[in-house]
Design a protein around this ligand. Structure first.
Ligand code: PLP
Length: 418
């Protein structure tokens, strides 16, 4: 008998940093009957989502929607704007920045990745994996490029493998200060819809994102938000591309259609998700995640364990990584917590495998799901024999109790309130 035939009672605690828990309202929207993707009803749906999605990217430019995971949208951003052999500059914030670099290498780009220098007491082999992008290092490197060979700067906004959020406006300023014409390509796969992100204001040329994080949808859709310069670059970019090619998609999107079969039912979900984010308002969405993140960090501090992100300016409001004491296997801990409490935590990826676990605080969560997550982790840590300085559960309850949710949420939750 398949293991999948058994399902424990109650809701699974999906506390990985994406895919995030999907609200029932979105699941219901996705369950609508599939329609003809060339019919009139679909055109209306296509136009609706293509228009509404600009709000979450804070852009007036077109956003391309692919029936693909985020990795596809990475490839789309590179192949639509660049040519084989082009120089690109990246920054190693963690596993996803490293994977994007590996993709650039495979495609035949000449990718250079800057890494933070120095050592780290907890992770001596990965000092840069506890920090965000160093915009000043990017500026220095661009100033050296007097021949202007570097065609694009590629950075991750929210490095999901570590829980460090980078200052994208500072990267833009660095490029401008160096007077360099490189395009700015930003991966906000796990930042969008949870952490402040401004495609137009920050002068980003392509923003890459995905459905399964802040947009609270299942995996399966990804995005390229464009700039006028990126669209211009795509007209002369030399990479062969077909499925990813923006030109044909933009032409058909004008009427709400795609050159191939889009994932109709996920688009129903996207329409619902965009309505929910708009109704709450992005500033409230960001404040909600900031508060949850601070609450979860208060629990980690109470345990006396190091937060993976070492720079408080860069703490991610989407996830918190925790370094386990030397000699403890973080994956064995995660397995125990999953088996005993039906709670999924993010694994340590790449250079930090086995040394960290990650707690997601995004998607269809609330104060009590986060308290439950912290309780599950705390029980797991105790049962594994990890010495704790204090109770994270008490800390998170105290934090949430003394930092009230924003007033609009209280009003919405009070029966009869205006
Ligand atoms: N970039 C970041 C920052 C991510 O978090 C992820 C996935 O978690 C990816 C890229 C890859 O996206 P996908 O797994 O949807 O292909």
């Amino acid at each position: 008998m398949l293991q999948l035939d058994f399902h424990p009672t109650g809701r699974h605690f999906l506390q990985i940093p994406g895919p995030s828990p999907v609200p029932d309202r979105i699941l219901r929207a996705i369950s609508l009957p599939t329609i003809d993707h060339r019919g009139p009803e679909f055109g209306a749906l296509g136009r609706d989502v293509l228009d509404k999605i600009k709000y979450v990217f804070q852009t007036r430019s077109p956003v391309i929607i692919y029936p693909a995971s985020g990795t596809g949208a990475w490839e789309a951003a590179l192949t639509n704007t660049l040519s084989p052999g082009d120089d690109v500059l990246m920054f190693e914030t963690g596993h996803f920045a490293a994977l994007w670099k590996a993709m650039a290498d495979r495609l035949g780009l000449n990718a250079e990745i800057l890494s933070r220098e120095g050592t780290d007491e907890h992770l001596p082999h990965a000092p840069g994996w506890r920090h965000g992008v160093q915009a000043d290092a990017i500026e220095r490197r661009l100033r050296q490029d007097t021949a202007r060979k570097i065609k694009a700067v590629c950075v991750a906004h929210n490095e999901t493998s570590t829980g460090a959020t980078s200052d994208i406006a500072a990267v833009r300023r660095a490029i401008d200060a160096a007077g360099h014409p490189a395009l700015l390509l930003v991966d906000s796969i796990s930042g969008l819809g949870s952490i402040d992100y401004r495609h137009d204001e920050w002068g980003v040329d392509v923003t890459i994102s995905g459905s399964q994080k802040g947009l609270m949808l299942p995996p399966g859709m990804s995005f390229n938000a464009l700039s006028p310069r990126a669209i211009e670059a795509s007209k002369t970019a030399g990479f062969p591309r077909s499925f990813w090619a923006w030109g044909e998609i933009l032409a058909m999107n004008a009427d709400g259609y795609w050159p191939y079969t889009p994932n109709t039912n996920l688009l129903y979900g996207l329409s619902e998700s965009l309505d929910m984010l708009r109704a709450e308002g992005l500033p409230n969405v960001f404040a909600r995640h900031d508060r949850w993140a601070a609450a979860v960090r208060s629990a980690v501090v109470a345990w006396g364990l190091p937060i993976l992100c070492a720079d408080e300016q860069c703490y991610s409001s989407v996830l918190t990584g925790v370094i386990v004491p030397a000699g403890v296997d973080a994956d064995a801990l995660r397995r125990l917590i999953h088996e005993r409490f039906d709670l999924s935590l993010g694994t340590g990826l790449g250079k930090v495998k086995g040394r960290v676990f990650r707690m997601g605080h995004l998607g269809d969560s609330n104060d009590l799901t986060l308290v439950a997550m912290v309780a599950g982790v705390e029980m797991g840590l105790r049962q594994t024999g990890v010495p704790l300085a204090g109770s994270g559960v008490e800390a998170i309850m105290a934090y949430l109790g003394s930092h009230a949710a924003p007033a609009y949420r209280q009003a919405a939750a009070t029966p009869g309130a205006a």
